[in-house]
Write a protein that binds this ligand. Structure first.
Ligand SMILES: C[S@@+](CC[C@H](N)C(=O)[O-])C[C@H]1O[C@@H](n2cnc3c(N)ncnc32)[C@H](O)[C@@H]1O
Length: 362
């Protein structure tokens, strides 16, 4: 007799059915929210402020009325937008606009909903990987670099001066005096460009595998007339060998170690290329290396999903390790120690539930 079979709990089953029902609505809501962000409807409704008809909203947004009406249906039934039953006028409450519009800056959740549609675009390829192994390469993800630049523009750029650089006492003085800075997996380079603007006496270099991302970065540097920042397309998989010894005062990685093909080689290269008194500032996903400790993580499902359908798979597609976004703090510290670092501080920023900030020294 199997004593481990639990009796069927009907209340638990009902509660679960309810969870699944809500999941259908929330999944659909993410797609609709992404559309609201990309088409600018939320911004238009915030500007209008007063209740408006669908025609007025569509006209001001320069969009097709029929689509706007259907989209409003999804938003009203989700409780995001309010409708007056007699006039059929729609209103985005200020309390919701505070988390859905470009004016909300760092608080704009709509930016992150774009990942759901982006990941949906590679579902067939991911299912093939579930069956056959391997990975889906970066080129298959339409708009990845654009969404990533918007993401880090919000989560990093908005608090670079106020919260991130001050994590290291004296760092801004050193940057102002003039040091050499390297950013690995720099993507579209917005963080390096901002730092180059802020600290003209320092020299900045960004490296990334993607020529599309590096082109974006070079364009921004050129548009801003920045002469102290350079960007280069390079595969960092052998960085432990190719890194110039003791060349940089500061190395940064923003959300860029866990999806490398060879994260350990990159970390060893960082240790090699840092000067003796150099500093490594690393942003990576907050979580535990043990899944049971991630139960209750406020973004757990979202982050494991992004990992399965992007971070892990792009690494595997390069023949890499496929570490995954949720490699966790325990493993991060272990990798850093094995790469040769002696001092590792973990910081958390009050407004940032997604990331840990590691200040690392040799
Ligand atoms: C999650 S994105 C972060 C981008 C950027 N740091 C930001 O915050 O916007 C990770 C970056 O790592 C880059 N990358 C992945 N594998 C790489 C490799 N083998 N060599 C160099 N860069 C790589 C990707 O092209 C991507 O731009």
């Amino acid at each position: 007799m199997n004593t481990h079979i639990n009796p069927f709990d009907s209340a638990k089953a009902d509660a679960f059915a309810d969870t699944m029902l809500r999941s259908l609505n929330y999944g659909a809501l993410c797609l609709m929210t992404s559309i609201g962000h990309r088409t600018g409807i939320f911004d238009v409704m915030r500007e209008i402020a007063a209740p408006a008809t669908a025609v007025e909203i569509a006209q001001k947004a320069g969009l097709n009325e029929r689509y706007v009406v259907e989209w409003l249906g999804a938003m009203v039934t989700a409780g995001i937008i309010e409708v007056d039953p007699t006039s059929t006028r729609y209103r985005l409450p200020a309390e919701h606009a505070a988390f859905l519009t470009r004016a909300a800056a760092a608080d704009n959740f709509a930016v992150f909903t774009q990942y759901i549609g982006l990941l949906g675009g590679v579902e067939d390829e991911i299912i093939a990987c579930f069956r056959n192994g391997g990975g889906v390469p970066y080129e298959k993800f339409r708009r990845f670099h654009a969404v990533m630049a918007e993401d880090s523009g919000q989560s990093v750029l908005s608090s670079l001066e106020s919260h991130i650089l001050p994590l290291v006492p004296g760092l801004t003085d050193r940057l102002a005096a003039g040091i050499r800075v390297l950013d690995l997996g720099c993507g579209s380079g917005r963080i390096m460009c901002r730092m180059a603007e802020l600290y003209p006496a320092s020299q900045f270099l960004g490296i990334d595998l993607s020529s599309e991302a590096i082109l974006n970065a070079q364009r921004e540097a050129c548009d801003k007339g920045l002469l102290n920042v350079d960007f280069s397309v390079r595969d960092l998989s052998n960085f432990h060998v190719s890194a110039q010894p003791e060349s940089f005062d500061l190395v940064t990685t923003f959300d860029a170690i866990h999806d490398q093909a060879q994260p350990m080689n990159v970390l060893m290269g960082i240790c090699r290329t840092l000067k003796k008194d150099g500093l490594y500032l690393m942003q990576d996903i907050r979580g535990s290396s043990h899944v049971y400790q991630n139960v209750g993580h406020p973004l757990g499902t979202f982050l494991y999903a992004i990992s399965t359908m992007h971070c892990m798979t792009v690494s595997l597609a390069q023949g890499g390790e496929g570490l995954g976004a949720m490699w966790g703090e325990e493993k991060t510290r272990d990798y850093l120690t094995r790469a040769g670092f002696g001092s590792i501080e973990t910081h958390r920023l009050a407004h940032d539930i997604q990331n840990n900030w590691y200040v690392v020294r040799k």
